[in-house]
Design a protein around this ligand. Structure first.
Ligand code: ACO
Length: 380
């Protein structure tokens, strides 16, 4: 495809959204400004920002019947399974979205997705732990609202922590788009048939779930926890030999990237965010963080990783931050999906408004049998 949304120079370790470096956006803008930028193409001015915030925050509630739908799931269902189902179900709640050629329908579907995703992620989490649902509160910022819906209870006032809110907001920004990765290509391919945007995004969520993609931070944290429980820093050398041994089947999760053959710029920002969050929570000596830093140091000096240009990716530290923010491990990918929704819907809009838009069809190289006769079973 042709796209004007995100640019990556993997050799230089550069990531731009609409021309702006991710480092600037992560420091100078909040996530909703980044959403505006990705979807509309420019950063909002002050009044556009207020108007957009107001629009998004007045679409945060989900249809009350969504709760009945939710109750059909087992309580121990993986939150990504629930999220895929609930986003797919949104087409049933907003049948007008089937008119994908209407600019009005395109835009309102985008706003609904960006606005309702935090509510749906929080709903599935509260359901899994059996706590009452917390409704959105529209005078909060997008990220404050998400934190409150996740962690407040009706029994006491919820106190926001600015450092933790900023960290979560930055996680959203760092994951908002990443050009034609597996889930984004899935959204484009699925959406290319003219299906509803909700169905296309549900396909993207299903793709994101896997451990080679959005599930990598969950896999990375599990790896660090396992290593910590089995010898910690003293076993790092042995562990590194294992990940270098092709027969072991083990990989250093959170390392390597299909596009970045240099530092993933998001990984540096994530490491800095990790320090800020652990400092705020008095967890500077967190053994998992120390282990991650020890692994990173060894890997960056090891010939195996240097020759293959394997550097930490965004997931190497994001699991540690999410854990410190109290996000349960199996909901990590839901947070990623929440953040990536704006990227997916921006790419979908770009595709369907392209004058040359047509259904996608990947090409194959046929390697099978030549034409042959199919005989009745008695003659085979
Ligand atoms: N640990 C050990 N070795 C690795 C790793 C790793 N994490 N990643 C790649 N390698 C090795 C491969 O074994 C291969 O070695 P070889 O040339 O001797 O055969 C070489 O480096 C190239 O690896 P490929 O798998 O061909 O690289 P590819 O670009 O296909 O893979 C991927 C990229 C899937 C991300 C890979 O690096 C990986 O599995 N990393 C761990 C999972 C992970 O962190 N995924 C998150 C990606 S970022 C995201 O989705 C947000």
């Amino acid at each position: 495809c042709q796209s004007t949304i995100t640019y990556i120079d993997g050799d230089a370790g550069q990531l731009l959204y609409r021309g702006y470096p991710i480092q600037d956006l992560a420091v100078n803008c909040d996530f909703l400004e980044v959403c505006y930028l990705l979807y509309y193409g420019e950063l909002p001015n002050a009044s556009q920002k207020t108007e957009f915030q107001d629009l998004v925050m007045h679409h945060t509630m989900v249809h009350e019947q969504m709760q009945f739908f939710l109750r059909g799931f087992r309580r121990d269902a993986h939150p990504m399974a629930i999220l895929t189902g609930m986003i797919g179900a949104m087409s049933a709640f907003y049948p007008d979205s089937m008119d994908i050629n209407s600019a009005e329908q395109q835009d309102i579907s985008a706003i609904r997705l960006i606005a309702k995703m935090p509510t749906l992620v929080a709903l599935s989490y509260k359901y899994s732990i059996g706590q009452p649902i917390i409704y959105p509160q529209n005078d909060l910022s997008y990220t404050q609202n998400f934190m409150r819906m996740m962690f407040a209870t009706p029994c006491e006032p919820y106190k926001q922590n600015d450092v933790l809110v900023r960290a979560m907001d930055r996680i959203f920004t760092l994951h908002a788009d990443h050009e034609q990765n597996a889930s984004t290509s899935t959204v484009r391919l699925c959406g290319s048939s003219g299906t509803t945007p909700f169905a296309a995004i549900a396909a993207g969520i299903a793709c994101l779930w896997g451990p080679a993609h959005g599930g990598a931070n969950e896999a990375c944290l599990s790896m660090l926890e396992h290593l910590n429980a089995n010898g910690g820093i003293s076993k790092v050398g042995e562990f590194m030999e294992k990940v270098k041994d092709k027969n072991s089947g083990a990989r250093l999760m959170g390392f390597g990237h299909r596009v970045y053959k240099n530092f993933d710029p998001r990984a540096k920002l994530m490491q800095q965010t990790c320090r800020e969050v652990l400092g705020e929570l008095g967890l500077e000596n967190d053994p998992i963080f120390k282990l991650a830093m020890a692994l990173e140091k060894i890997a960056l000096e090891d010939d195996y990783f240097v020759q293959r240009k394997l550097y930490p990716n965004v997931d190497f530290y994001s699991g540690i931050v999410l854990r410190a923010l109290n996000i349960p491990t199996d909901a990590f990918t839901c947070v990623f999906a929440l953040a990536r929704t704006v990227g997916w819907i921006s790419q979908w809009k770009e595709m369907i408004t392209d004058p040359e838009f047509k259904i996608g069809r990947p090409r194959q190289l046929y390697m099978g049998e030549r034409a042959r006769e199919a005989k009745p079973v008695a003659k085979r």
